[in-house]
Design a protein around this ligand. Structure first.
Ligand code: GLN
Length: 212
């Protein structure tokens, strides 16, 4: 099984090595043809404004949307979370709009520009995830179909899932945390070979916006 990692900018190499650590081949995606044969896609951290430009420059937007709508699992981390959001607070129009949430870029003040926190993500088990936040976004609101996977102690949302699309405000790949990648690989295997009972559920066409 092969999982694509958007590699136009940012921290893509760390995702490829985290995938390798669990025996999954990560494919660096720079052109639409790189998406052929991948069973899922990771959108890394970096600079979402730059990624927005490069996604359009290389003609990646429509093939990425087609892959998501086929039901292939996606994971966006940090800037990748911003690319997935249906609404960017006080900002630009959405990039991919695949996850019904409103995110705010660079949501932590100057003192907390970058920080690390152990956070519990119940679907990944009891051991906390060591989250590295680097000029991270926050999820301010989610739509009705979105599961909140994790919050900071103050209640702010930092990990979410809507059907086949996962997103974290932090960087699991920078600390060798492979459980999100393992989950993605499990979802990708089910997508590639639905088998009994694991039918595909295409991502619906998005109309509404995240609700408070
Ligand atoms: N601040 C960046 C942005 O808004 C995200 C930072 C990151 O991915 N580490 O795009």
């Amino acid at each position: 099984m092969r999982i694509g990692v958007l590699a136009v900018q940012g921290a893509f190499a760390e995702h490829v090595s985290t995938l390798a650590s669990i025996g999954v081949e990560g494919v660096e995606v720079r052109l639409p043809s790189d998406l052929v044969g991948v069973s899922g896609l990771i959108l890394p951290g970096g600079e979402s404004t730059t990624m927005r430009l490069l996604i359009d420059r290389w003609g990646l937007r429509d093939p990425i949307l087609d892959l998501a709508r086929s039901g292939a699992p996606f994971l966006g981390t940090c800037a990748g979370m911003i690319l997935l959001a249906t609404t960017i607070a006080d900002g630009d129009p959405p990039v991919l709009g695949l996850l019904d949430m409103r995110v705010r870029r660079n949501a932590f003040g100057r003192q907390l520009d970058s920080f690390e926190a152990d956070i519990v993500v119940p679907i990944l088990g009891d051991a906390p995830v060591h989250g590295v936040f680097i000029r991270a976004p926050i999820v301010e609101a989610v739509g009705p179909g979105v599961d909140v996977l994790s919050r900071l102690d103050d209640g702010r949302i930092v990990a979410v899932r809507e059907r086949n699309v996962l997103a974290t405000a932090f960087h699991p790949e920078l600390v060798g945390e492979a459980r999100f990648h393992r989950l993605l690989a499990t979802m990708a295997a089910a997508h590639a070979d639905p088998g009994e009972g694991a039918g595909r559920r295409p991502h619906p066409t998005r109309r509404g916006r995240a609700e408070d």
